[in-house]
Design a protein around this ligand. Structure first.
Ligand SMILES: *[C@@H]1O[C@H](CO)[C@@H](O)[C@H](O)[C@H]1NC(C)=O
Length: 169
């Protein structure tokens, strides 16, 4: 190939490249591109700096992708919450329509209940001590009660960036 035709091929290839570059990407980025744009400190997720959800019986700090971008990407989907449930108090019955939850008890003794599917649902009941965990499958009702004389502290981690919350009315 002489230099003139090489030049034409080169021009054509770069022209094609600019055409593809002009195709709208709808903001989609590859996993690598997303990570490239993050700083080391973005991978230090301090849940106590997350959003605050307060109720008369509990306080929850929630870290999600809005403040901690490392929690959502093409290959990462997570949300983390740190909860303090007062001694002798219940956490309201709820479900997460878009995600499964793993709960890890850090302090206190927590009774947890999980409602199975079906028209006559059984309830799966457990009493968890510090260091113990449970899972709540996506879309199933669950609740908790702090049975200890001291407050219960637990962390929850979701397998999705946007699990959602549905309560019983
Ligand atoms: C707080 O706990 C009490 C029981 O001690 C309960 O009656 C009340 O409904 C709970 N509040 C909320 C908002 O869940």
């Amino acid at each position: 190939m002489n230099s003139m035709s090489s030049l034409i091929v080169l021009f054509f290839v770069s022209f094609l490249g600019s055409c593809f570059g002009a195709i709208p990407s709808f903001g989609m980025q590859s996993a690598t591109e997303i990570r490239e744009s993050l700083k080391d400190s973005d991978f230090r997720i301090r849940v106590q700096k997350g959003g605050l959800l307060e109720s008369e019986n509990f306080t929850a700090r929630i870290a999600n992708f809005k403040k901690f971008p490392a929690l959502a990407g093409q290959d990462v989907q997570s949300e983390i919450a740190a909860v303090v449930l007062k001694a002798g108090k219940p956490f309201f019955k709820h479900l997460h329509p878009r995600g499964a939850e793993t709960l890890n008890v850090l302090e206190g003794v927590l009774r947890v209940e999980l409602q199975k599917e079906g028209i006559n649902p059984e309830i799966i009941k457990n009493v968890l001590k510090a260091g113990e965990s449970t899972v709540f499958p996506q879309g199933l009702f669950h609740d908790a009660f702090c049975v200890s004389k001291s407050d219960c502290r637990f962390n929850v981690v979701f397998n999705t960036a946007d699990p959602g919350l549905v309560v019983v009315v």
